[in-house]
Design a protein around this ligand. Structure first.
Ligand SMILES: NC(=O)c1ccc[n+]([C@@H]2O[C@H](COP(=O)([O-])OP(=O)(O)OC[C@H]3O[C@@H](n4cnc5c(N)ncnc54)[C@H](O)[C@@H]3O)[C@@H](O)[C@H]2O)c1
Length: 362
């Protein structure tokens, strides 16, 4: 089976590809990834590079000729490629509209011409906006609150329209927030973990009471594989989430506490634990993100009913595993945090919000 994975060098995509190559030797995977600032070849371990079932194509989903050419040989597609950071979409939305919406359109046109057995579109819970009722099932109204979410909502509905109009074999997944190894360190959980290791403060938007529903990435990619395999689910929209909410302050507290406990007891097995020192990081409240979604909490009943999927890793356990991974892989994220793409954005964005919060205090 030939499987095309767009955006496979990013966070969820690389976890998905590494899992498929390990557990499904019958699948040949081609990753198409533009290697934007958050695409990272280090996300594939050496055994993946040596695997004859793996090939990597550096290219853009906006490159129509390339996409059409690649699609000739594919049986299935999982489409992760996107610009994904809400904060960046507030700063400059063009690449979000281009990749997330127009790029998805090009992929859909390609599978119209070169049919595949299944096209799995990775949408997002952000398309719902803040919860109007909880838990949020797939019939919850769409009310995107950021340019990222709007571009993804447009793509989500465009994919569905290709099912209704052309009968394309699409399935749409709406994951709630994922976390775990390989996540670019500007996203909340790896930002907090790496800031703590660096003895920096954990910067919290507004009052930190906004909640999200968190799924450990290994659970998320298991769900995506199930969607790829399940019979007769074309046209379905499926949430992947945990059904539990945690607010930002709660996450910061668990991370700070975990470092405190680790530094006193060396509790988590980590090759770096002997280097642990007591951290002086603390929570620092700054201005709020414009359009900030207040609350997201998933109903995953549909995934349970039709895929027999439910999350297996509790949030505290997943968070501990994630902390351990970032401690054991400092080289991976230090390289990223040194790059101008990270530094410039961090400075520009957080300085702006710190100034805003100073003005509010005055
Ligand atoms: N991370 C989450 O919590 C989360 C939650 C819900 C949905 N999603 C969705 O899951 C998907 C993957 O998210 P992620 O967190 O792994 O993202 P990520 O930002 O880590 O990775 C995105 C990948 O897409 C690639 N890419 C970007 N533009 C491209 C283009 N024009 N052509 C080819 N490749 C391109 C990047 O190089 C990168 O490797 C996205 O569609 C995102 O909207 C993510």
């Amino acid at each position: 089976m030939n499987l095309l994975v767009t955006g496979g060098a990013g966070f969820i995509g690389s976890n998905f590809v590494n899992m498929v190559l390990k557990e499904h030797p019958e699948v040949k995977v081609t990753v198409l990834d533009a290697l934007t600032y958050c695409g990272n070849l280090d996300n594939f371990p050496q055994n993946v590079w040596e695997n004859k079932n793996f090939s990597f194509c550096q290219g853009n989903i906006l490159d129509r000729d390339l996409v059409f050419d690649l699609m000739k040989d594919q049986d299935e597609v999982v489409h992760f490629a996107a610009f994904t950071h809400i904060d960046r979409s507030i700063d400059l939305s063009d690449p979000f509209i281009d990749t997330d919406f127009k790029g998805t359109h090009i992929l859909l046109e390609a599978i119209r011409k070169y049919p595949v057995r299944r096209f799995v579109h990775i949408s997002t819970s952000e398309v719902y906006g803040s919860a109007q009722k909880v838990p949020m099932d797939e019939s919850h109204p769409l009310n995107p609150q950021s340019p990222y979410a709007a571009a993804k909502a447009g793509a989500d509905r465009l994919v569905y329209s290709y099912f209704l109009t052309y009968g394309l074999p699409v399935v749409i997944i709406r994951p709630f927030n994922a976390y775990g190894p390989n996540q670019y360190p500007e996203k909340l959980i790896p930002f907090f973990i790496t800031n703590t290791i660096l003895d920096k403060n954990l910067l919290i938007y507004g009052n930190g009471k906004n909640t999200r529903d968190w799924t450990y990435v290994k659970d998320c990619v298991r769900g995506i594989w199930k969607v790829l395999q399940a019979p007769s689910i074309e046209g379905e929209v499926i949430n992947l989430g945990s059904g539990k909410e945690v607010d930002v302050v709660g996450i910061a507290e668990v991370i700070l506490e975990e470092f405190r406990v680790q530094s006193s007891e060396f509790r988590v097995e980590s090759s770096k634990s002997e280097e642990l020192k007591v951290k002086s990081s603390k929570m620092e409240f700054i201005g709020d993100r414009p359009g900030h979604v207040k609350r997201l909490i998933a109903s995953y009943d549909k995934a349970e009913n039709i895929l027999d999927w439910h999350p297996e890793i509790e949030f505290e356990e997943g968070l501990k595993r994630t902390i351990t991974w970032y401690m054991d892989n400092t080289e991976w994220w230090e390289k990223i945090r040194e790059k101008p793409e990270f530094k410039n954005f961090e400075k520009l964005w957080y300085d702006k919000l710190k100034v805003k919060s100073e003005k509010v205090k005055v």
